[in-house]
Design a protein around this ligand. Structure first.
Ligand code: SF4
Length: 357
């Protein structure tokens, strides 16, 4: 179902002279770990292959520290494209890194597109459609575009910030490719398995989104979920404003989730409002981890902004994003709520649009 490019991994190991290789898979791809190990072991002599079993949700989370701790001189990271600084950092550490997209190949793609077209057809006044994809589905945007154009739609595929490699690709915290075409479209179709990116797309663009899922051969609108999540977020912000006196600002410890500067800014702003603020470091943010600390009335997560957005129902107390905490602290207005740092996202989107995206 996924192109795991074993040949490219073998070339990488041989050319770079890697002796100890750490394989890291996005969580949805971990089930393929040991079959990749078996294929590599058949071809490679004298190379030790280890698998990182730690969680991995994004390109912000390359297993540099695990590689250093176990003495690996090479990392193969499956399922994400690199942030620009990843390769520079790997160089500084003396670790070779190969990123593999793991593009998908599913027989249900065509059926999913048919269903997405049916839904689009039933929507009023849609002539311009933006299309996006999760990384694994990026190659299928071409077929989706062709099918839409055959039906008479004008199709827009945007370029994103320097954190996304392909036109139309989105990340959980970066919808610049969609934002760069948002003003030209009446609706989006997102190609991908599961709700995660489609939900973020709806929250970020405030346009109707049809999720086209090639794994299930299904398509559906996600407006209900977008409304529900937005309402929940505003509820937690207002509840925190009215009731929370003690806050705990959580600093993530994963590679590109350490935002100490943001954490200190939020702490200062909340203290200026008369709140008490604790600082906490965590490698893995979870309800269990936060339950160890009974004092705070609310938490602010400065690691991945999707933790509060997607998992809020699992937490007993409000968990806020950085932007939500700044609303509580009075630096931003409630109407300025957004999924994550859209001042950055929208500026990046404008820049690429100006360049012809
Ligand atoms: S911060 Fe969160 S949404 Fe952004 S890339 Fe990392 S895991 Fe994905």
């Amino acid at each position: 179902m996924y192109d795991l490019r074993i040949g490219d991994v073998l070339d990488f190991v041989r050319k770079r002279g890697v002796k100890k290789l750490l394989l890291q898979f996005a969580d949805g791809l971990k089930q393929h770990s040991f079959s990749v190990v078996e294929e590599l072991n058949e071809e490679l002599q004298g190379v030790e292959v280890l698998v990182s079993g730690s969680s991995c949700y994004g390109a912000c989370d390359v297993a540099f520290e695990e590689a250093l701790r176990c003495g690996a001189d090479g990392i193969v990271h499956y399922g994400h494209t690199p942030f620009p600084e990843a390769l520079t950092y790997a160089n500084e550490l003396g670790i070779d890194v190969l990123f593999i997209e793991a593009f998908s190949n599913t027989e249900l793609l065509s059926r999913a597109i048919d269903k997405a077209l049916d839904i689009l057809c039933s929507m009023n006044d849609v002539a311009n459609v933006g299309i996006t994809a999760s990384l694994q589905e990026v190659p299928h945007l071409a077929l989706l575009r062709q099918r839409l154009e055959r039906e008479g739609y004008r199709v827009h595929v945007g370029l994103g910030s320097n954190r996304v490699k392909y036109a139309g690709q989105v990340l959980g915290c970066d919808y610049t490719s969609a934002l760069s075409v948002r003003d030209r479209v009446e609706a989006f179709i997102h190609l991908g398995g599961g709700l995660f990116h489609a939900l973020g797309l709806g929250l970020a663009t405030r346009r109707p989104v049809v999720l086209c899922d090639p794994y299930r051969g299904e398509a559906r609108e996600v407006e209900h979920e977008v409304r529900k999540v937005k309402a929940a977020r505003l509820h937690y912000v207002v509840k925190s404003m009215e009731e929370a006196r003690r806050y705990c600002v959580v600093v993530g410890c994963k590679w590109r989730q350490r935002h100490l500067h943001s954490a200190m800014r939020v702490k200062r702003r909340l203290e200026e409002r008369g709140k008490s603020v604790y600082l906490l470091t965590l490698y893995e943010v979870s309800p269990q981890a936060l339950e160890n600390f009974p004092e705070p009335d609310a938490f602010v997560i400065t690691a991945c902004p999707r933790i509060p957005i997607d998992d809020y129902a699992n937490y007993r107390r409000p968990v806020l994003t950085v932007l939500e905490a700044l609303i509580v602290a009075g630096e931003l207005k409630l109407e300025e709520w957004s999924l994550c740092d859209w001042k950055f996202n929208e500026k990046a989107a404008r820049d690429v649009a100006l360049e012809g995206g």
